[in-house]
Design a protein around this ligand. Structure first.
Ligand SMILES: Nc1ncnc2c1ncn2[C@@H]1O[C@H](COP(=O)(O)OP(=O)(O)OP(=O)(O)O)[C@@H](O)[C@H]1O
Length: 360
């Protein structure tokens, strides 16, 4: 038996209209891992998930899930995965308990086990007290928790969560993170797509970044952040109008180590460099000597935002390297999310090959 929960090799998915949504993706996810799949809107995340759960057939490549070949034994794959889609699958007119009962029936959970399973899942997502209430009365966060629970009724060893926290407030999001951690702690492999980089940072053992259908980076959050190549110095200018001059000084003043990158920000200038901390004061002095006022500065470790900008090349036009670089990357991002938020909820076109198991 393979050690991998997900073993996807050279997977390509081209839609009927010719859109090449996924192009040659390799993914190896070990059993028990919490794996994150990041990318901007339209990068191919949902297409990849749908391929992994056998809702779409790959145009090329091979997919094995929990040791089962997705093309040859799709039913076995479906029996061993849970899928929380972007669109809710719960029926608002049913109670939480009824929704879970429906899901148990759809997934073929033996009748004798259903009551216990439902109690267990309501407890897992803290909905026991409201199990008899209609889902329509639930908050967005409670609905998502119920959604997550319905994906788990058949105790799948692997669960796919497609942007499970999009649109939730931070408190509700935090709460869901707790449940996802709990699920993973109990041994379930989790494959999560998200637009929230902090979410990936908090939860994932390992992640991959996809852009235009291709994986452009993968590794642990720590390793990806180290790839950014140093720390980031943010300098806020008294007059942001002088930022072009400040950028020029930072770039050409011979202040930072080889590989440093400099970019303008809304408030001034940001430098990513191995010696951002030690050489930062040289920049402040150089700016003062040039008559440029500084109202604040800050040296910080890279975040996944920085990684994301680096590997997807966002803000490409604003990025300039000081010198030949071994992994120089752009500086800080203001944004907490990848892409513009919201979901595109692509249609299940392609080959919905007669999935058993009801609504998922
Ligand atoms: N049914 C479809 N037919 C044709 N093209 C599609 C279809 N579904 C998605 N696409 C296209 O495939 C590409 C990848 O879409 P996908 O939904 O997989 O991206 P995503 O990373 O999940 O985006 P988001 O974060 O917005 O959900 C996009 O260009 C999208 O427009």
């Amino acid at each position: 038996m393979t050690d991998y929960a997900i073993e996807a090799r050279d997977v390509a998915v081209t839609y009927a209209d010719g859109t090449e949504a996924v192009r040659g993706v390799d993914l190896l996810v070990e059993r028990g891992e919490f794996f994150g799949f990041l990318g901007p809107n339209g990068a191919g995340k949902t297409t990849m998930i749908k391929t992994l759960v056998t809702l779409l057939r790959p145009t090329a490549g091979t997919v094995r899930i929990n040791g089962f070949d997705a093309l040859e034994t799709p039913r076995s794959v479906r029996a061993t995965v849970g899928y929380m889609a972007q669109e809710t699958s719960i029926d608002p007119e049913l109670t939480a308990r009824e929704n879970l009962r429906y899901a148990c029936a759809a997934y073929g959970v033996p009748r004798s086990e259903r009551a216990d399973r439902i109690d267990e899942l309501l407890d897992l997502v803290d909905l026991t007290d409201v199990g008899g209430k209609e889902a329509d009365d639930f908050s967005g966060g409670m609905k998502k928790r119920l959604d997550a629970a319905t994906a788990l009724v058949h105790r799948p060893p692997l669960v796919f969560l497609d942007e499970p926290t999009t649109g939730l407030d931070p408190a509700a999001r935090n709460r869901l993170w707790e449940y996802f951690r709990r699920i993973n702690d109990e041994g379930t492999t989790v494959f999560l797509t998200t637009q929230y980089l902090e979410e990936a940072d908090q939860l994932c053992d390992r992640l991959a970044v996809i852009q235009n259908g291709t994986v452009v980076a993968d590794g642990t959050p720590g390793a990806l952040k180290r790839r950014v190549g140093g720390e980031i110095l943010d300098v806020q200018l008294a007059d942001p109008g002088k930022r072009e001059r400040a950028v020029e000084i930072a770039r050409h003043g011979d202040l930072f180590a080889v590989g440093a990158t400099v970019e303008p920000t809304d408030e001034g200038v940001a430098v990513t460099a191995r010696d951002a901390r030690t050489s930062g004061t040289d920049l402040l002095v150089a700016l003062r000597d040039d008559g440029i006022g500084v109202v604040g500065f800050d040296v910080r470790a890279p975040t996944l935002d920085d990684v994301f900008l680096a590997v997807t090349g966002d803000r490409e036009g604003e990025r300039t390297e000081v010198d030949d670089s071994d992994g120089g990357v752009p500086g800080p991002a203001e944004s907490q999310t990848v892409g513009g938020g919201g979901s595109n909820g692509p249609d299940d076109q392609g080959d919905s090959d007669g999935r058993d198991g009801g609504r998922r």
